[in-house]
Design a protein around this ligand. Sequence first.
Ligand SMILES: Nc1ncnc2c1ncn2[C@@H]1O[C@H](COP(=O)(O)OP(=O)(O)O)[C@@H](O)[C@H]1O
Ligand SMILES: [Mg+2]
Length: 206
Amino acid sequence: MENNIFGPLGNEKYTEYVRDIRASAFHLLDLVGDILDTSAIESGEFSLPRSSLKVDEVMRECMKLMRVQALNAGVELAANFRAGLPLLHADRLAIKQIAINLLANAVKFTPEGGRIDIDLSATGNTFLISVADTGSGIPEDVLPDILLPFDRGRQNPHESKEGTGLGLAIVNSLVALHDGKIEIESVVGAGTTVRVWLPLDGSGAA
Ligand SMILES: Nc1ncnc2c1ncn2[C@@H]1O[C@H](COP(=O)(O)OP(=O)(O)O)[C@@H](O)[C@H]1O
Ligand SMILES: [Mg+2]
């Protein structure tokens, strides 16, 4: 409809409304998706079918999904992937969800002209995914609670960026289900780096 496939809408205003409706629908889908994920994880009914993953391929897919948003935000996405990365025994969807949530936050909280560095590396039995941005940063006093569901840090509810405060909680749960670890390093006004360590063999796996 937005693209007038079946003929023109007649008035420019209609096109604008259709665009708004479409944006709202996507926003609701995001919201419902986050809530469903959270409840599924908490009820323990989140199955994690593991396979041997090429994380660099998964990450490139996620970067593709975020490309338009990054472009619109005027933020550069840079991939720094170590050569000869080992396979990661993990759930593909979970890894995608972790990556997309971290990338979406980095894009959302980084002003125009900023940069997001996505690093992949591995040492010993551990895979490291790192997403570093040059964005607004997270105040030190709210950092300890930032992984909790619905915690939105210092987002002013009246003028804040869209979101549910569930993204990082979901990331945290999915990382825990893989016996991994998450670390957030942040400096207000300078940027945020989120590091996720995952055991290569998915130890403790189902
Ligand atoms: N890369 C980031 N830069 C700055 N603040 C961040 C970043 N990632 C997360 N945050 C802060 O953590 C809060 C929680 O993040 P998240 O759980 O993904 O919720 P949401 O994105 O829906 O607000 C955000 O509202 C924001 O205040
Ligand atoms: Mg988020």
